[in-house]
Design a protein around this ligand. Structure first.
Ligand SMILES: [Zn+2]
Length: 550
């Protein structure tokens, strides 16, 4: 049955008002916001917090009497699904799943979106029958459908239009229009967020703009776009940054909401011979940091960290390359503090978690002063505990040591990959040995590694990794699998925390006091990240290749 005609007369907003889920005023606000941000109405309403996706689905399936479906990839005809470009499908949050005769079944998050239906109708010349599903289900299917397809096909269709004819022309027009509307930036950030990437790199070259994601310190080339689209991508980015009012000479920041999660995106530009090279750093807001005891670190380290947090003075360093996920750890540690009898001040680049009772300062939004001056302001608040999570100049780090000597407990985030590197950095700053020996409570270093998908990981033997033979005692270990529905065809599922904690012993402090240079420090009294990594490889949690990476 072709139900698209019946649905055509209804509007999502009116249905929601009719069911009392939103007010007329809320609808108007959403329609204004929708125009400005070029998002779909349903998504806009959810982002504004007026309704949930479930509310929308309930109202739609009730009012329109259409089936609400939850699909798996096996129910999708891949050829049919791929007949419309991914960007268009993601933009409208829809996916064609089957075609019988001339009737195309289109699953949509908003079945009242006539523009979307018309688009598919005009480009496929088919009759459309509509079903309803959640946008998360649809977006996950789109990702799976296009995962397997070579990105080269797209490059060609973008550049040459492959076949002549109305269909391809229409698609090309649509893609170009969607590019102009800001959807490219949104899509790129959305996919990065879904892939757990911390950074997006847009790298222009002679013919192609490469889009690479950095996930756990490793670069993955996600796709490329013809350079002909580059100017429009850049103007989108500039417009988005300008709207965020944070434009600077070398970049800026903007906020974006993806799947109900707010993300701050920090943008850096650098001129290259082919145009501006762009790095987008994703800073997700934290929902609720876990307790220290729930951090999946071993009991002894948990206890030592908790004890360090109870001190009245000193310096605890938390370090991670690129500072990935370090904020969560810092706030987990701060949960050990009862702020009713202590004053806690935090100074961060971005505040991604708001904690009642804390005095929280955000460096990126403080208009004036360099980091040294802002640090002075923070210490001027006379905190008992000061948490610092921003890039500090060497001069500022030296000041941190002086402040720690004066009876304050400081939590300092550093971007280094292990305890040893942190220690070398500190000694390279020319900080007096007595100062380091006196204030250093401990260094916690961490990184997140992507765990193998338990469902599709493949067995390998030491023979497959001859250069690691001396490191692997077992004969069977694991490597990334082909990918399956369980892991969204990535071969990875979830993350595992690798960490090390160094607590200077009395002997170590004596050594620090009496020796010169970095040779005073021998990392022998703690389990290193490398050792933990090797254990997890042998347990089949991490791929063998991680031994080389870490
Ligand atoms: Zn899998």
């Amino acid at each position: 049955m072709n139900n698209a005609e019946i649905i055509k007369k209804m509007k999502l907003g009116d249905i929601l008002v009719k069911y009392g889920l939103i007010s007329q005023e809320q609808l108007e606000t959403a329609l204004e916001a929708q125009k400005e941000f070029k998002t779909r109405l349903g998504r806009t309403l959810v982002q504004l917090g007026y309704v949930t996706e479930d509310d929308i689905n309930w109202a739609l399936s009730n009012q329109l009497d259409i089936s609400y479906v939850h699909l798996t990839i096996n129910m999708v005809d891949l050829t049919v699904a791929r007949s419309v470009p991914r960007e268009v499908l993601e933009f409208y949050q829809m996916i064609p799943i089957a075609k019988i005769g001339n009737e195309l079944t289109l699953v949509m998050a908003d079945p009242t979106d006539n523009q979307a239906i018309e688009t598919v109708k005009n480009t496929t010349r088919a009759e459309i029958s509509v079903s309803l599903s959640s946008s998360s289900n649809i977006l996950s299917l789109i990702r799976q459908v296009f995962k397997e397809e070579s990105s080269h096909e797209f490059q060609h269709s973008d550049m040459e239009g492959i076949k002549s004819g109305d269909y391809k022309k229409e698609i090309k027009r649509l893609v170009t229009r969607d590019f102009d509307s800001g959807i490219f930036v949104y899509t790129v950030v959305f996919r990065a967020f879904e892939a757990n990437a911390s950074e997006i790199h847009l790298e222009p070259a002679e013919d192609l703009l490469k889009v690479r994601y950095k996930i756990d310190g490793i670069y993955y080339e996600y796709f490329s776009k013809p350079m002909s689209l580059y100017p429009s991508i850049m103007s989108q980015l500039e417009a988005i940054i300008k709207a965020g009012n944070t434009s600077g000479d070398t970049g800026g920041t903007f906020s974006i909401k993806v799947m109900d999660q707010a993300i701050r995106v920090k943008v850096h530009f650098a001129p290259t011979i082919y145009g501006q090279s762009v790095v987008l750093i994703l800073i997700p807001f934290i929902k609720d940091p876990v307790k220290l005891s729930d951090m999946k670190i071993d009991e002894r380290v948990t206890l030592e960290l908790a004890r360090a947090m109870k001190k009245n003075s000193g310096l605890i360093i938390v370090s991670s390359p690129g500072k990935s996920d370090i904020t969560r750890t810092l706030y987990s540690m701060l949960r050990e503090v009862s702020f009713s009898d202590k004053k806690v001040v935090t100074l961060e680049d971005f505040v991604t978690f708001r904690r009642e009772g804390f005095i929280q300062m955000e460096y990126s939004s403080i208009g004036a002063g360099d980091d040294y001056e802002v640090l002075k302001m923070a210490t001027g608040q006379n905190p008992d505990i000061l948490m610092l999570n921003l890039d500090l100049s060497q001069e500022s780090v030296r000041m941190v040591f002086n402040v720690a000597l004066t009876g304050k407990l400081i939590l300092l985030a550093l971007p280094f990959q292990n305890v040893y590197t942190c220690f070398c950095y500190l000694t390279s700053l020319g900080i007096e040995p007595f100062s380091i020996a006196g204030v250093l409570q401990g260094i916690f270093s961490q990184r997140l590694s992507r765990a193998l998908c338990f469902n599709c990981k493949q067995s390998v033997t030491v023979a497959d990794f001859p250069f690691l033979a001396d490191q692997l005692s077992h004969n069977v270990c694991y490597e990334k699998g082909k990918g399956c529905a369980e892991c969204n065809f990535s071969g990875y599922l979830g993350q595992t925390l690798l960490y090390e904690y160094y607590l200077p012993s009395r002997e170590d402090r004596m050594k620090i006091l009496t020796s010169e240079g970095t040779d005073i420090f021998v990392p022998s009294n703690y389990k290193t990240i490398k050792e933990r990594c090797r254990e997890k490889v042998l347990d089949g949690i991490l791929p063998v290749s991680e031994i080389i990476n870490i």
